[in-house]
Write a protein that binds this ligand. Sequence first.
Ligand SMILES: Nc1ncnc2c1ncn2[C@@H]1O[C@H](COP(=O)(O)OP(=O)(O)OP(=O)(O)O)[C@@H](O)[C@H]1O
Length: 232
Amino acid sequence: MRPIFIIVDSQSVVITPQPFPVNPGQLILQGTALSCIRQDRVLFEQLNVSVQAGELVQIAGKNGAGKSSLLRILAGLAQPDDGQLGYQQHSLSDVAAEYAANLCYIGHQSGIHEQLTALENISFWRAASEVDQADDFALLAKLGLAGLEDIPCRMLSAGQQRRVSLARLWFTRRQLWILDEPFTALDQSAINMLQQHFVEHLQQGGAIVITTHQALSVSFPHQTTLELAYRW
Ligand SMILES: Nc1ncnc2c1ncn2[C@@H]1O[C@H](COP(=O)(O)OP(=O)(O)OP(=O)(O)O)[C@@H](O)[C@H]1O
């Protein structure tokens, strides 16, 4: 089992992920014979999923096929009705804390606090991610939010809020990113920038699982598509 480092302060216990890179092609996450039933409908069964270092896995399928449900299971936020999950060759339940410390999950919801400014949201995530201070103004400018750093996020447009939400991907050290519809509300330039950032993360040994209804405009070196059929 990989070691973890525990930092204790007066308020909290934080498990810091061991920095990667790891070996390209190393198996990170594996789902075997997964089933998911919602409202008496079998969304999927006997489903196998694997994610390797350097790989982008796209979960595709029609509305309601079960993509978000699968992502929540892979993120450890929901239990499969059947099947097993493994993280780096261990049962996920045995290494749940380590897995959570190495995972960045961004769901449908932006996850931002709308009463806080973009700068305050980023500051919060930095504290939770145990990363050093950096130039948050520069990051927000890179994300097209220059001049909007100090207003409450509820006053930003949907696409601008999404950009704030995704800012954490520029400073997280977590290896596995699970992203549900990350391109929603983004304009083409932001989509291109995000996809370029995906490439950099994958080149460093990261791994990404995404759902998107949009075609990916970048050709990723190691890309897999898993199509979920809509089942009645
Ligand atoms: N917690 C839940 N309780 C009951 N039903 C649920 C729950 N979560 C999802 N469902 C149902 O499961 C089905 C699949 O939902 P899911 O969000 O996984 O689909 P999706 O493929 O991500 O769809 P979309 O492309 O529209 O985002 C839907 O019919 C939904 O109503």
